[in-house]
Write a protein of this length. Structure first.
Length: 351
């Protein structure tokens, strides 16, 4: 059971990065559609649960150390090239967004220049990526429970103390920028880009677990956990729409409003979740091109992270609103491949 929970927690930790934990993603993809956004949350939860299960199971079944071999195996040579490079592009791009998110935390919470947060995150990510896969998974898994607890606490408090009804908050919610114009497409797009960013590390995690049942249950539980967190995040933001409408990090603003100390604690946890996703992105990206644990891997990682550092100064909200929907549309290829993967594997087994 411990191993199942570790895989689930690590999967949550990979997906739940700067945009999610801050509330910015949830606001743009779900809350900006008001009531109907809640149905979008339910659809996303079902997809995350199924796809999380498939990813870790595939990793365990193939005992992979990189996403490349699995992707080509389940999607064929021609489609495999497209899906492979969608994942590669996503890994690097989301890594850039995570580093930018660290700058936003330092600026919003501490009044420091974004450069300080960006530089701090770049250094610690660079050091962590040098570790082996088992240590990286342990570090990622250890931070996620703190975020889960804090999101639940903030959400429950928000619902119990809300001053206005959801009906009154909906017009304000509908005025917010949406990442995608249609609520259903937005829900699918959200899952699509998140799976595109999490697929590589989830496959590698599954590959590190020889027990297929444990890997499968870990992915399933992790996907379900992500869906539950989306729902709580959505309700917390929806109930505080008047307060958070103009902030880059709405959940952090709610925590700060509850208590400055709580806001400080949440900003530390949020920084940890950004770190989780950034490490996952750059580790997986580098492992795609160089064998992990080698000096070539370390050199490649350092160059990659320094390039991401330079690109992160574009700005957090701007990167989320443009880059994430774009990745979501491209990631639909991966979603289709993963949905049909079990059927392809059965046909291979019969042969």
């Amino acid at each position: 059971m411990k191993k199942i929970l570790q895989i689930a927690s690590a999967f949550i930790g990979i997906i739940v990065g700067a945009g999610f934990a801050s509330g910015q993603e949830i606001l743009q993809y779900f809350t900006s559609f008001g009531y109907i956004g809640t149905i979008g949350v339910i659809i996303s939860t079902a997809l995350f649960t199924y796809l999380g299960m498939i990813l870790t199971r595939l990793g365990s079944q193939t005992q992979t150390t990189s996403h490349r071999d699995v992707i080509y195996f389940i999607s064929g040579r021609h489609l495999g090239i497209i899906v492979d490079y969608i994942i590669v592009f996503t890994l690097f791009g989301v890594g850039v967004v995570m580093i930018a998110g660290a700058g936003s935390i330092f600026n919003q919470q501490f009044g420091l220049p974004a450069f300080v947060g960006i530089t701090t995150m770049t250094i610690i990510v660079m050091l962590t990526v040098m570790l082996d896969i088992h240590r990286v998974v342990q570090i990622i898994a250890s931070i996620a429970p703190f975020l889960i607890f804090m999101v639940m606490l903030i959400s429950i408090y928000s619902l119990l103390t809300m001053d206005h009804s959801f009906a009154k908050m909906e017009p304000i919610a509908l005025e917010q920028t949406s990442a995608v114009s249609n609520w259903l497409l937005s829900a699918v797009n959200y899952v699509s880009y998140n799976i595109a960013l999490g697929a590589s590390m989830a496959l590698v995690m599954g590959g590190a677990e020889p027990n297929r049942r444990k890997a499968t249950l870990g992915g399933l539980l992790g996907g379900l956990g992500i869906g539950i967190l989306i729902l709580f995040n959505h309700l917390a933001i929806f109930s505080n729409m008047e307060l958070v409408a103009n902030y880059e990090m709405p959940i952090l603003k709610i925590a700060d409003e509850m208590s400055p100390i709580l806001g400080m604690v949440y900003s530390v946890i949020l920084f940890g979740m950004i770190f989780n996703t950034a490490v996952s992105m750059f580790f997986s990206f580098s492992a795609r091109f160089k064998p992990s644990g080698t000096s070539a891997f370390r050199r490649f990682s350092i160059i990659t992270i320094l390039l991401a550092f330079a690109l992160s100064f574009v700005g957090f909200t701007k990167l989320v609103s443009f880059f994430y929907p774009f990745i979501g549309y491209m990631g639909l290829f991966l979603i289709v491949v993963l949905i049909i993967a079990p059927f392809r594997l059965r046909s291979h087994a019969k042969k």
